[in-house]
Design a protein around this ligand. Structure first.
Ligand code: ZN
Length: 172
């Protein structure tokens, strides 16, 4: 069976849809959200395209967790935030704005200019504890659902299923 035998859904599989996004920022942090009392997201591994990390920081306590999609703990997230968490904070600031992210996380920036660096500094200054990575599976499955929407042809008609989700602007 050659390529000609591929069905429509095989040709439009997730792997093929992701590839063109790589040169953009999405390739580094394909998914980030403020939800369930956490800043959480999915961060690509810098070295292995088959691996992603699921990172999270809780609101209020700034407890951090980072593990791979196969539930292996991230070696960099021991005693402090790893690069994945730093990348996620940066991307969240791009997506939501530093003030909204700080407000959601209940992070007091004092007089600092609100940006990803001051946010990360302020959280680290509280010596945040390591959190548990129980949420990783949930975050990852939300990411996969989110990816499924990339497979639709662009259209302006409303997607009834999406009405279950609040608009991202209403998050904080
Ligand atoms: Zn990590």
């Amino acid at each position: 069976m050659g390529d000609g035998a591929l069905s429509g859904w095989e040709r439009s599989s997730t792997a093929r849809v992701i590839a063109p996004a790589r040169p953009r920022k999405l390739a580094k942090v394909p998914f980030v959200e403020l939800a369930d009392g956490r800043l959480q997201g999915v961060v690509s591994s810098g070295s292995d395209i088959g691996r992603v990390y699921v990172s999270s920081v809780t609101a209020g306590e700034f407890a951090y967790a980072c593990s791979t999609n196969n539930n292996r703990p991230c070696g960099g997230a021991r005693g402090s935030y790893c690069n994945h968490i730093a990348a996620m904070v940066k991307e969240a600031v791009l997506q939501y704005g530093a003030e909204r992210v700080a407000r959601y996380l209940k992070c007091d920036l004092a007089d600092a200019e609100p940006d990803a660096a001051s946010l990360t500094r302020a959280m680290l200054a509280t010596r945040p504890p390591a959190g548990d990575s129980k949420a990783a599976a949930t975050v990852f499955s939300r990411f996969l659902r989110h990816l499924a929407y990339l497979e639709f042809d662009p259209a302006t008609a409303p997607l009834p299923e999406m009405q279950w989700f609040p608009p991202t602007r209403a998050v904080a």
